[in-house]
Design a protein around this ligand. Structure first.
Ligand code: FES
Length: 218
């Protein structure tokens, strides 16, 4: 018998269900950038519509369609159809002023800041450092650990990323006929987000994404 499937109406996707994976994990594995934060059913950021089927929540409750469910703690019990996923509009990045190795300052203006606890990547010219947002205080973004690098200019880009950001893509930088690996072993969503942030911020050189299985280098 064919395994039950998860249908994601918004993305016109049908995926085989893994009963040991939450619906959020299914979406992320399909590279759908679903908004989330707590991953324990409390913040509501991943809430979506259950159109068909039944799910079991991590607290043991069974929920039947139609309902609104937190994808992060929902396991499919049978064929399931979901919609109204809170998809993040990618790419999201912030060009920040460099105050010191732990404090970046958002530009003035109405810009939604990242959230405390978000995993982030600080994008230097030609290299990337992973970090976490420890605190958001007005326009100040406080990083959990001091950055090891210092930017060439007085600003850096920041992107928020998934805990599951690993994958089979590499971001390359090409500058003055030199090619260098900027970030390796990431998924496509993360690579796109970083590439867009670099290119939007008039960094020197051009940035290319390749699949690691590809022998074709940029
Ligand atoms: S990530 Fe917070 S409720 Fe799902």
């Amino acid at each position: 018998m064919a395994p039950p499937r998860l249908t994601i109406v918004d993305a016109a996707l049908s995926l085989p269900i893994r009963h040991d994976h939450t619906l959020l994990q299914h979406c992320l594995a399909a590279e759908l950038a679903v908004s989330r934060s707590c991953r324990n059913g409390n913040c509501g950021r991943c809430d979506s519509s259950l159109l068909k089927g039944r799910v079991k929540l991590r607290n043991g409750n069974t929920v039947e369609a139609p309902a609104t469910i937190p994808l992060c703690i929902a396991f499919a019990l049978d064929e399931v159809e979901i919609s109204n996923l809170p998809l993040i509009k990618l790419p999201i990045f912030w060009r920040c002023q460099w105050q010191n190795s732990r404090v970046l300052v958002l530009p003035a203006g109405r810009q939604t800041p990242p959230h405390e606890g978000d995993i982030c990547a600080v994008l230097f010219e030609g290299s990337v450092e992973l970090n976490e947002i420890a605190e958001v205080n007005g326009r100040n973004i406080v990083l959990l650990k001091p950055a090891a690098n210092t930017p060439e200019v007085n600003s850096v880009s920041l992107i928020t990323i998934d805990a599951e950001h690993e994958g089979q893509y590499t971001l390359w930088r090409e500058y003055k006929s030199q090619r260098q690996v900027v970030w390796q072993g990431i998924n496509h969503v993360t690579a796109r987000s970083a590439q867009t942030a670099y290119q939007a911020n008039t960094c020197k050189g051009s940035y290319h994404i390749i699949h690691d299985a590809s022998t074709k280098k940029p």
